[in-house]
Ligand binder design. Structure first.
Ligand code: NAD
Length: 334
């Protein structure tokens, strides 16, 4: 199939070309570094499918343009699909696939890396030691053992995250709309959201971005938390009201913040902005706190995950091409 691959980085090209060759899919892949958005949607003219990532814009308007260009398949290279107007796609008969599970370990382990970095201030000590400063003042952490962890969303990633934290000797509270039996068997204690927020030393977000979870962390929910709480978000930026966490950091209610995602990341992440003047003052304020660590949406970025992403995406396109049932189609919920 002729596939326009948007938001394509060098690693996407490498993994997708290797997979295409390995399985003899013979897809005609054309790589566009640009994001898919209103201004660039016309690049898809003449293609049967587009392959897109987390910050591509698949709003109704963009999908209309894709439809007029002959696109019949949108193949997401991500698990989350909050950026797609599924209703419009269904209306126009466009199939949407995603990669439901490429490596939950990659994201769960990244969340743990953020906890350890913030707690033991590795980001500070790394530059101190390189600067010949071997003092320890200001670097004191705490034992993670016996701390209470709050997991919001115990799907594939949340479940693994909970298991890892259990291995550290932590107690695990969780909130999810649907309780996961494997988590319960592993000692996870499901509680109402308010209780999880109030009793946890470290809160890690692993639920999808939906209208009901938008700004789940806000002034009101932050006020329920323990003083000095650590918040980790490797899920989607808009789960957090950024201004509210900035206020929480200033008042010291929030003691540590680890973000792999940011609500306005689409204009920043996945590119080199080191020679540019960053215009997002809210983001720059976040970076000014010593107890905030931000990574640029790299939770998924492991060798295993990239292999799985390209294999699932290209085999889904192959199934669609030969008319086979594809198991990764996103079905519109009634
Ligand atoms: P999943 O679908 O397996 O699990 C999500 C869980 O959230 C489910 O158990 C679901 O019941 C629960 N949930 C739904 N609504 C909820 C609500 N209102 N409150 C609490 N829980 C709710 O998904 P997953 O594979 O574990 O991924 C979780 C999220 O991680 C994705 O939605 C995506 O946004 C994010 N993600 C980030 C990266 C990254 O690179 N940082 C990579 C992959 C996924």
């Amino acid at each position: 199939m002729k596939v326009a691959v948007f938001s394509a980085k060098s690693y996407d090209k490498q993994f997708m070309n290797e997979t295409n060759k390995k399985y003899n899919f013979n897809h005609e892949l054309e790589f566009f570094e640009t994001r898919l958005k209103l201004k660039t949607a016309e690049l898809a003219a003449g293609f049967n499918a587009v392959s897109v990532f987390v910050n591509d814009d698949l709003s109704g308007e963009v999908i209309e343009i894709l439809n007029n260009s002959g696109v019949k398949l949108i193949a997401l290279r991500s698990a989350g699909y909050n950026n797609v107007d599924l209703k419009k796609a269904a209306e126009l008969g466009i199939t949407v696939t995603h990669v439901p599970s490429y490596s939950p370990y990659a994201v769960a382990e990244h969340a743990v890396a953020m906890i350890l970095t913030l707690n033991r201030k590795i980001h500070k000590s790394y530059s101190r030691v390189r600067d010949g400063n071997f003092e320890l003042d200001g670097l004191m952490g705490f034992d993670v053992r016996n701390k209470m962890i709050g997991v919001i969303g115990t799907g594939k990633i949340g479940e693994i995250f909970a298991k890892i934290m259990k291995g550290f000797g932590c107690g695990i509270f969780a909130y999810d709309k649907y309780e996961n039996d494997d988590c319960k068997n592993n000692g996870v204690m499901y509680r109402p959201l308010e209780e999880v927020l109030a009793k946890s030393d470290i809160i890690s977000l692993h639920c999808p971005l939906l209208p009901e979870t938008h700004h789940l962390i806000n002034e009101k929910t932050i006020a329920m938390m323990k003083n000095g709480v650590m918040i980790i978000n490797t899920s989607r930026g808009a789960l957090i009201d950024t201004q509210a966490v900035i206020n929480g950091l200033k008042s010291k209610k929030i003691g540590y913040l680890g973000l792999d995602v940011y609500e306005e990341e689409a204009n920043l992440f996945f590119r080199n902005m080191s020679n540019k003047v960053i215009q997002d003052d809210v983001f720059m304020r976040l970076l000014s706190f010593p107890n905030v660590v931000v990574t640029a949406h790299q939770g998924f970025f492991t060798d295993e995950a990239l292999k799985n992403i390209s294999e699932t995406t290209l085999s889904g396109i192959h199934c669609f091409e030969i008319g086979h049932e594809c198991k990764n189609i996103i079905k519109l919920k009634p």
